[in-house]
Design a binder for this molecule. Structure first.
Ligand code: ARG
Length: 436
């Protein structure tokens, strides 16, 4: 039974024993919704992953195919989520969908894994990339000390935690501003790339598919890296209760945000490859800075700033949704009640945010970016798969439910097959204890 109505709220004057139902305010409109999705998707990945996709797949053509395929997968996945989000209209993303379709045990496992491992890991991963790019201008030509990088990452996590505890509207305006800033930054890379192509920098694209590696493990890891950059396509489903007119705005926001991000990612990759050879791209560990050095010359530091800002905005979106999973799970009785409390006046789920922050800071101590990305994508797609089977269940067993948005049957089946392959392929090909 839902415990929605039995949460006791705390106010500044002590325990308020008036029984309350919590709903967060409906403050998110279409523009905010688009930036909540695009702003979370565009983050660290497009500045960190291209060399890994290329490295694993072995050829520029192959790498562009992977980037496009990841975009298509994100789009199809999000269409399935649009139906889920308009049928099950509660916030909480995968958690609430799994709870309503597969029952409390899988939902509890998801909430547990998400709260204790996946969210903190993604927060830490993005904050690390923020820190790497933020300190890059001060350590030109050498690697920055780990202590400096991790301290900057911790400062970034703490700042955003405080902002998100203070005010939903404020954290939304940060989101809009950063989304605009990073879309502009990516556009600079795209325009630079187009100019390069016109000037005849097309060497990387001759024999584009030469050297493509078709091993299961390589393709799997290339997808993990690419999908990390697209992750966040499901972000709005964490906050459907805060969305104005969700039945209209949820599908609409997805259909604007995801194709836009896919196009940008593809063009940015083309631009990277126009500016440098595949070999240079693979050996660069901050590809945007290498691109900047080649194309912008002494203005290359702009790219460090852009990449850092981009990660900052993405982290903000991750916080926004991360606190909410914890909050919704606690509201259902799957987490301690204190995590279900929202601030009495500001209506932000502060205790859940503070909890997520603490765990992220703990993960930060030993964490490194690459391991986190592979761990993240593997675990995330495992749960996306379970969520999609829930959607199929609803479509088969409850066809009469009111569905403001209906996704064709074949789409969840295709995405489910992709999720199964993504999760099984690396395990079968190269079993490792981490997967367990
Ligand atoms: N796509 C983001 C990036 O490239 C990572 C998103 C992590 N996941 C999330 N739900 N916030 O940095």
């Amino acid at each position: 039974m839902s415990r929605k109505n039995s949460v006791i709220s705390y106010t500044s004057s002590g325990i308020n024993d008036k029984v309350q139902t919590f709903s967060l305010k409906r403050e998110v409109g279409l523009v905010s919704a688009v930036s909540l999705i695009a702003g979370t998707m565009i983050g660290s990945g497009i500045f960190m992953s291209p060399q890994w996709v290329l490295y694993n797949i072995g050829s520029p053509g192959g790498s562009l195919v992977i980037w496009a395929a990841c975009g298509v997968l994100a789009m199809l996945g999000s269409l399935c989520y649009a139906e889920l989000g308009t049928v099950i209209r509660e916030s909480g993303g995968e958690y609430i969908y799994i709870l309503r379709t597969s029952g409390p045990l899988p939902a509890f496992l998801l909430a547990f894994t998400a709260t204790f491992a996946v969210r903190p890991a993604s927060i830490t991963g993005i904050s690390l990339s923020f820190a790497e790019y933020a300190v890059a201008p001060f350590y030109q030509g050498c690697y920055p000390p780990q202590l400096v990088v991790k301290s900057v990452a911790a400062a970034c996590i703490l700042t955003l935690a405080i902002v998100n505890c203070l005010n939903v509207r404020f954290s939304m305006s940060i989101q809009v501003i950063f989304t605009v800033a990073k879309v502009l930054a990516l556009l600079v890379i795209v325009i630079g790339g187009v100019l390069l192509l016109f000037r005849g920098h097309t060497d990387s694209f001759h024999k584009a598919f030469e050297g493509t590696i078709v091993g299961i493990n390589n393709i799997g890891v290339a997808f993990y890296q690419g999908l990390w950059s697209y992750d966040g396509w499901n972000n709005l489903n964490y906050a459907t209760e805060e969305l104005k007119r969700p039945e209209v705005n949820l599908p609409r926001a997805l259909m604007i945000a995801i194709p836009m991000v896919t196009a940008l990612y593809l063009l940015v990759n083309v631009s990277y490859l126009a500016a440098m050879t595949p070999r240079e791209l693979m050996s660069s560990n901050a590809v945007a800075v290498t691109w900047g050095t080649k194309v912008l010359g002494s203005w290359a530091w702009l790219m460090s700033v852009a990449a850092a800002l981009s990660a900052f905005g993405s982290l903000n979106g991750t916080f926004f949704s991360g606190g909410r999973v914890c909050f919704v799970a606690a509201r259902e009785g799957h987490m301690p009640d204190i995590l279900a409390m929202a601030h009495a006046r500001r209506l932000t789920p502060s205790p859940a945010l503070i909890f997520t922050t603490t765990l992220s800071l703990l993960v930060l101590i030993p964490g490194d970016f690459q391991t986190i990305v592979n761990f993240f994508s593997f675990t995330a797609w495992f749960f996306y798969g379970i969520t999609l089977s829930g959607l199929l269940y609803l479509k088969i067993r409850k066809p009469h439910l009111h569905r403001p948005y209906k996704v064709p049957f074949i789409i969840p089946i295709m995405v489910l097959i992709a999720a199964v392959l993504l999760v099984l392929a690396p395990i079968v090909d190269n079993p490792q204890i981490e997967y367990l």
